[in-house]
Write a new protein. Structure first.
Length: 347
């Protein structure tokens, strides 16, 4: 009777054109890949001229494909066909593996297994509309050159990085390692980074074109960073920011030397963030003097020593909610990063 029931189920799925279930059906439970918790620039937003854009959809309505090895990941992530790619098994390499991704994808980790070791995602000219969710990125301490970045996005628009853990590795503040956890710059635009954890690294995040003196990049990217946890990043957590519009709300940074670097033409609006150990050293803001910065509601309160205040307000681009800084610290400590059970979203 049990075998008959399974055959009936398989026939129904075939008739209805449902995706093929994996042989380990039941093991690959994964989060709802809808728009729950989506906020900021990756959602329904406007630019500075009031022109609206649609929200990121990732692989919505596409085939669900269960991924358990590097070759399958490379194959299915590279094209532009909508797909939901479920990381069903941890994938590891002893050497750096660059994986180029295309467009219209949701890459989501199952609750049981979602760790990618030495797997580095990189955008291409065809990349856009991608959701990365419930993933744990791990990389070896020896992979530490300037270009060794586990997520490297330089083109396309509409990216949502949510409940992702960048685990980092041991480091020396005086060491020669120059690898980063995340880079979003050049022409990449409209990104939300939410409910994620960045930890244990000398350098954290770079947002915007990586060098001064490139005014052609002025105005990009548009980035929202909300409900993220930065732990034991020596510098650049939340990040070094240039040229674009950066809404930094309800984040918690702890055990740092420098947190926010205000780079050339960055417009940064900071709200209700909490800065813990490291704040007493006066290193929350690394102000280069050629950007714009305004903070409200953060602990401790912030003002840029050199850069002027920004008149830009993200409320002109999208609607959102904020919680107070103390709530932020408690929330992200519990819920930021990948999960083995369920995803809890901040406001």
């Amino acid at each position: 009777m049990k075998r008959l029931s399974c055959l009936v189920l398989a026939f129904v799925l075939m008739v209805l054109n449902f995706p093929t279930l994996p042989s380990t059906y039941g093991a690959a439970n994964f989060p709802n890949t809808g728009a729950t918790g989506l906020t900021g620039f990756a959602g329904n937003a406007k630019n500075e001229n009031g022109v609206a854009k649609s929200a990121v959809t990732g692989g919505k309505n596409g085939q669900i494909i269960y991924i358990n090895n590097l070759n399958d990941l490379r194959t299915h992530v590279a094209d532009t066909v909508p797909k939901i790619l479920v990381i069903e098994k941890n994938i590891s390499s002893s050497t750096l593996q660059k994986v180029n991704f295309g467009a219209n994808k949701t890459i989501v980790g199952s609750y049981d297994n979602h760790t990618l070791t030495n797997i580095h995602f990189r955008s291409t000219s065809s990349s856009s509309n991608v959701i990365f969710q419930n993933l744990n990125f791990v990389h070896s301490a020896g992979i530490n050159a300037n270009d060794d970045i586990q997520m490297y996005i330089t083109s396309g628009s509409n990216y949502w990085i949510d409940h992702v853990t960048f685990s980092g590795h041991s480091y020396s503040s005086s060491g020669s390692e120059v690898d980063k956890l995340l880079y979003i710059g050049d022409r990449a635009d409209y990104i939300t980074i939410s409910n994620s954890k960045f930890a244990n690294h000398k350098y954290g995040i770079i947002l915007g074109h990586p060098n001064d003196g490139n005014s052609s990049y002025n105005g990009v990217p548009h980035v929202t960073m909300a409900n993220n946890y930065f732990e034991n990043l020596y510098v650049r957590g939340p990040g070094l920011m240039r040229y674009g519009y950066f809404h930094i709300k309800n984040n918690y940074a702890n055990n740092f030397n420098q947190a926010i670097t205000i780079g050339e033409k960055a417009r940064i609006y900071s709200e209700n963030n909490y800065f813990g150990a490291g704040a007493e050293k006066g290193g929350i803001l690394d102000d280069k003097g050629n950007g714009e910065f305004t903070d409200t509601g953060s602990t401790p309160a912030l003002s840029a020593p050199r850069s002027p205040k920004t008149n830009w307000r993200p409320s002109n681009n999208y609607s959102y909610e904020v919680r107070d800084a103390n709530y932020t610290r408690e929330f992200v400590t519990k819920y930021a990063g990948s999960s083995n059970t369920t995803l809890v979203f901040g406001k």
